[in-house]
Structures are given as C-alpha cells and as structure tokens.
Design a protein around this ligand. Structure first.
Ligand code: NAD
Length: 310
C-alpha cells in the first residue's frame, strides 16, 4: 500500500514512518520542517518532499503520487500559539487540511486518517470522564476548534465524494523525539530535565491528571485505522488511565532508579485539571490497544534524551 504521511518528520510522524516501513508500506513524507526534523527519520527507504501542505505544488505532487491512503499529521500543535495567533492556526490546520483533501479527492485516494485531539472536547465536567467519542465537541481553544473544523471537512468530503476517513483523537502523546512546545509536552520537558539531572517543576498541587500514551502505540493505532472496515467515524487513542503529575514524577523516579523531588510553583491559568479519554471504541472496532506501560515508555524517553544532543 502506498501511503503519504504529512507531517512525517514530526514527533508522532517519526514513530509512524518507522512502523510503516517495517511493515512494508511504500512511504512518502511531506513536511515543511517547521517543527519537524529531517534527522529524526531514517536516511533512506522512503521518499521525502520538503513542502508546505498549503502550497499548490503540494497538491500537484499528491495528485501525481497516486497514493492509496494519506495520514494527515501536519499542522500546528500549540494551544497557546492558537490563542495568540488564530490566523496562523487556521491557516495551518484548516487550509492545510483542505489542500490535502482536495488533492486526495482529485487523485482517487481511498482513505484519509486525521490526527485530532482531546482538545476537541473542551473543558468537560469531571463526572463524564472518561470522555467518549459521541460527546458534543466544545473546544475552548482555537487549536481545538480548527481540529473540529477539519474533522467536519473530512465528514463532508466523505458525504460529497465518497472519500473515506478515520478521525483519531489522541490523548497526551509522549516518547522519543518529542519537542517541548506542542501538545503533551510535560513528559518531554521532564525527561530532558531528568536526563540532565535538573530539578522538575510542577505547576500547582500536582494532582492534575492526564492520559499519557506512548507514541509507538499511537503509530500502531494509525496502522489499524489504515485497514479497518469501520471507517468514517472518530476514535480516541488513549490508555483510559488518569495519571497525576505527582504520580508521573514517582513513575519517572522508578524508570530511572532514583527518587525525584519536584519543586511546586503556582498553577497555570486555563489548564484543565483532569483529563482521560475512553478507548473502548478503538479496542472493539480497530482491534487495537495500547501496549507500552508508562514506566517502560518513560524509560525509553529518558534514554533517548540522555543520548540525544540537547
Ligand atoms: N503530541 C500530542 O500529544 C498530540 C495530541 C493530539 C493530537 N496531536 C496531533 O498529531 C499531529 C502530529 O503532532 P506532533 O506532536 O507529532 O507534532 P510535531 O510538531 O512534531 O509534528 C507536526 C509536523 O508537521 C509539520 N508541519 C507543520 N505545518 C506544516 C505545513 N504547513 N506543511 C507541511 N508540514 C507541516 C512540522 O514540520 C512537523 O514535522 C498534529 O496534527 C497534532 O495536532 C498531537
């Protein structure tokens, strides 16, 4: 199967491209290297196009590439940046998606997999945790909003042109090669600090929770989405486990074999307190489940940051 991965030089892309290559897929990566890093991918074994997904040239290349499927990861991932600059966010996440969908429609691509987010749900009452896919989407950031808009474009392209899609709403993804600006950055920040022997800082009381999922498990979920018979719907990819930041520090300590004593600073405004996504739908229909424990994933992540040039 011939697959295009937009944003393939990014953090999640770097895990996905390796997995697809290992499984024998014919892979092309399209990335403008705005946050992605070419050296985060293997030197060879796939085609690399350094292009912006909003450019007319990107559309032409995609049409000429005759792909069976597109995994659309490219976009801007920073909640704060979306609030500061909604124009930039909409250009990246809406116009980029429309350009890719237009190319997909014009070239007979069979399926588009889209990277959406827990931020699509917005701030939900804690008693509805874990969040299920059928909840109303009420994003509280422009980033969440542009992801929801992109989801709706996918559904409309399906209705109008029969282009199949799978929306995957990722929880907080972590692992090797993660940057520390976009979504879910707390683990990459902590891992770099642990690797350098620097103290960890927790904003607030540390009781705030997140649903942390290893990037290799996300890559696996995307692979399942490429071939599922249950397309044209949205799935959460998550562990369905809440981990508090205090627990996270303790698990970090176990992973590296020493006790860590974080400093506490004032809580950051606007951060949601608890977060957890249900994963029963993905387990039942995609026949996927997360396999890497948080302790094992943290061990791999710290080892990576300890060996990488920081
Ligand atoms: N990391 C998470 O926890 C998380 C959670 C939910 C959803 N997501 C989504 O998953 C996707 C991948 O995220 P990531 O964490 O790997 O981020 P990332 O920033 O590492 O990857 C994004 C990639 O897209 C590329 N890119 C950005 N704008 C582009 C453009 N206009 N044209 C071409 N390439 C462009 C970047 O260079 C980068 O390689 C994003 O769509 C993000 O919103 C990530």
């Amino acid at each position: 199967m011939k697959v295009l991965v937009t944003g393939g030089a990014g953090f999640i892309g770097s895990h996905l491209v390796r997995r697809l290559m290992a499984l024998g897929y014919e892979v092309t990566v399209l990335d403008n290297l705005s946050t992605g890093v070419r050296a985060h991918l293997p030197e060879e074994g796939f085609t690399f196009w350094e292009l912006d997904d909003r450019a007319p040239e990107a559309r032409e290349r995609i049409v000429g590439g005759h792909f069976d499927a597109i995994v659309h990861l490219a976009g801007q991932t920073m909640v704060d940046a979306s609030i500061r600059d909604p124009h930039f966010d909409a250009s990246e996440n809406v116009l980029g998606t429309v350009n890719v969908l237009e190319a997909a429609r014009a070239s007979g691509v069979k399926r588009v997999i889209f990277a959406s987010t827990a931020a699509a749900y917005g701030d939900v009452e804690e008693d509805v945790l874990p969040l299920q896919e059928q909840l109303p989407l009420a994003p509280m950031s422009f980033y969440g909003l542009t992801k929801v808009v992109a989801e709706r474009y996918l559904a409309l392209y399906q209705a109008l042109y029969g282009l199949d899609y799978v929306v995957l709403r990722f929880a907080n993804v972590y692992g090797e090669r993660q940057g520390d600006k976009g979504e879910g950055g707390v683990i990459s920040i902590f891992a770099k600090r642990v690797a350098k022997g620097e103290p960890l800082i927790i904003f607030g009381d540390g009781g705030q929770t997140r649903d942390f999922i290893y990037a290799g498990d996300i890559a696996n979920g995307i692979v399942h989405a490429l071939t599922t018979e249950h397309a044209n719907t949205a799935y959460n990819l998550s562990t369905q486990t809440e981990t508090s930041l205090n627990d996270l520090v303790a698990i970090f300590g176990k992973a590296v074999g020493r006790e860590l004593h974080p400093a506490h600073e004032a809580a950051r405004e606007g951060d949601i307190y608890r977060s957890m996504l249900a994963n029963e739908k993905a387990k039942a229909s995609l026949h996927w489940q997360p396999e890497v424990s948080l302790e094992e994933g943290l061990r791999r992540t710290v080892a990576y940051f300890a060996s990488a040039e920081l």
